[in-house]
Design a protein around this ligand. Structure first.
Ligand code: GSH
Length: 216
């Protein structure tokens, strides 16, 4: 599998899934500052000129969550449950993490970090306030679930954990305080302690998905 991306939390999902399942891959880093993600060859991979995108046997695929499911299915459904019921739970938590919590964590990350650092823009305080309001509603149910099960969709580590983790990994950079969520905080540390995390990060400059951001 050829992966095309610049370092971003959506790439984290794919790298962790590939490392956990044993999917062989080559990471091709695109230079964001040179606009390589908007170049003709990349737009052929991703019609919106976004990252990540992957190529397998001459075919291109985009959308990071869909790619995680694809990798898991190619590897005997590892990280993706043993039954339609298990997959329903995994998809449910992955979608909740993406469409709700992840959406607001992304707003915080964009407004507080990406916009000021890369675009010299001013943080939109009303957008931050809206995101904080929704996160205050949506984080407690996630915390409660982790009080009941070791992983977000049950007793097995799955792509739901990986997808959710990738959004949560932005929190420290956006000033989102998770200290009142001890289960979430511990779950994040446990994922970082897995060998797959260090292996995935070893492919990135600075061994960190956010190294580029911190250099700016
Ligand atoms: N839902 C997409 C999000 C893709 C996306 O927005 N990628 C961002 C980086 S995280 C990007 O390419 N931004 C550059 C741009 O839109 O020009 C996925 O999960 O793959």
């Amino acid at each position: 599998m050829q992966i095309y991306s610049f370092p971003t939390f959506n790439l984290t999902k794919i790298l962790l899934t590939a490392e956990e399942t044993g999917e062989p891959y080559t990471l091709n880093l695109l230079d964001l500052t040179q606009g390589e993600h908007k170049s003709e060859p990349h737009v052929a991979r991703h019609p919106l000129g976004k990252v990540p995108a992957v190529e397998v046997d001459g075919k291109n695929y985009f959308e990071s969550n869909a790619i995680c499911r694809f990798i898991a299915e190619r590897n005997d459904y590892k990280l993706y449950g043993n039954s339609p019921e298990q997959r329903a739970l995994i998809n449910q938590w992955a979608d909740m993490a993406t469409l709700h919590i992840g959406k607001w964590l992304t707003v915080m990350f964009y407004e507080r970090k990406i916009k000021p650092v890369f675009f010299s823009g001013e943080t939109d305080l009303s957008a931050v306030e809206e995101a904080e309001t929704f996160l205050a509603q949506q984080l407690p149910p996630f915390e409660n679930q982790l009080k009941q099960t070791e992983f977000i969709a049950g007793d097995a580590y799955s792509i739901a954990d990986i997808i959710a983790f990738s959004y949560f990994s932005t929190a420290a950079h956006s000033g989102v305080d998770l200290s009142s969520y001890p289960k979430i905080s511990q779950w994040l540390e446990n994922i970082k302690a897995r060998p797959s995390y260090a292996k995935a990060m070893s492919h990135l400059p600075g061994n960190d998905i956010f190294a580029l951001l911190n250099q700016q």
